[in-house]
Design a binder for this molecule. Structure first.
Ligand code: TXA
Ligand code: MG
Length: 328
């Protein structure tokens, strides 16, 4: 189901940043070094490229992604900072710190990258190659670690090749990375909370804050490949309108989230089709923005047609099941 790609590797001394930016600008997937681990980048404003990124990683669910930007000025165009987050950004960027912040009203990052959330994870990487690519593209880049889902994060271009050759367009080889573990993630939505320990020690953050970081609630499940964030508190998107899955007919007053060419008959109800052609990559790209749109039409419910469970369908169905859990 995944198309076999030719994955080129280029070294950093050969106009790599320009080549990487051109590839990303055309919707391509490029692995590149950051100071923490190698990231698998896609243009953060291109939902189809992001859907292909999840497909390449074989992610069973759409975890929200970190948007990488070249500097604080670029970060302020996509997220809202307060005094605390600004203090942390100024102290530690560029560097291995990711901040979770409210999205700016006109944030250009695709809904799929933030899994429909109103918040966004942001960081300014310290690696010269990463920053050159970001400047050459002139747009934010979303980049999870460049490994198959469930594998350990790659710290060399060889690790990336081992996992992702044939699944991505380009690998920029910048040699082994310096830090070797992922960035530390701090949520700055309320009192700063440590979501994921990482390359920046907690004590350094607490020294700048002048107080301890809040610990996430104990009931939150964590493990190596699925650190806190997803599934935690309001970390997945849920519409206010009740969602009904696997719909084979439409009830009065329901809006329809359709999939494929054979759309259920509807009268005046609002219908949006995730992919008239039945393409799961296109459906993934549209999922969160269409759910959001249908949530706003004043329907009694949102009926969702069955979606095949292979390829990206597994992740789409995972998120739809979460969206269908009743809100209190
Ligand atoms: O060092 C790193 O952070 C690397 C390099 C490539 O930058 N990236 C990385 O990305 O580790 P990834 O996708 O493997 O991990 C991102 C983490 C996930 O646990 C995700 O749930 C969390 O960030 N995250 C992203 N957006 C979030 C949000 N809005 N709220 C809470 N957590 C979020
Ligand atoms: Mg990862």
């Amino acid at each position: 189901m995944t198309v076999e790609l030719t994955t080129d590797t280029i070294s950093v001394d050969s106009g790599a940043a320009g080549a990487a930016a051109t590839c990303l600008g055309g919707g391509g997937l490029v692995a590149f070094p950051t100071e923490t681990v190698y990231g698998l980048g896609a243009d953060a404003t291109n939902a189809i490229a992001i859907a292909r990124l999840y497909q390449a990683k074989g992610r069973p669910s759409f975890n929200p992604l970190i948007a990488h930007v070249p500097d604080l000025a670029a970060a302020r165009r996509i997220a809202i900072f307060n005094d605390t987050s600004l203090k942390l950004a100024k102290a530690f960027w560029p560097g291995p710190l990711t901040l979770v912040l409210p999205k700016a009203p006109d944030c250009p990052v695709a809904d799929l990258a933030t899994a429909g959330l109103e918040t966004i994870a942001l960081r300014v990487p310290a690696h010269a190659v990463a920053r050159d690519i970001l400047r050459a593209l002139g747009k934010p880049i979303v980049a999870p670690s460049a490994n198959i889902s469930g594998h350990v994060s790659p710290t060399t271009a060889d690790h990336v090749r081992h996992d992702l050759a044939g699944r991505i367009d380009l690998i920029v080889d910048g040699g082994p990375v310096a830090v070797g573990v992922e960035s530390t993630i701090v949520s700055c939505l309320a009192a700063p909370m440590l979501l994921r320990p990482g390359g920046l020690p907690r004590a350094e953050i607490e020294r700048i804050l002048g107080h301890a970081l809040v610990q996430p609630p104990a009931e939150v499940e964590t493990n190596d490949t699925n650190p806190l964030a997803p599934g935690m508190m309001s970390s997945h998107y849920a519409p206010r309108t009740p969602v009904r899955l696997g719909a084979n007919s439409l009830k009065t007053g329901e809006a329809l989230l359709a999939f494929g060419p054979d759309v259920l008959p509807a009268g005046t109800e609002k219908v949006m089709n995730l992919s008239p052609a039945g393409d799961l990559v296109e459906a993934a790209a549209n999922l969160f923005s269409y759910l959001r749109a249908l949530d706003q039409v004043g329907a009694r419910g949102i009926a969702v047609m069955p979606i095949p469970d292979h390829g990206l369908g597994e992740a789409i169905n995972d998120r739809l099941r979460r969206a269908a859990i009743p809100q209190d």
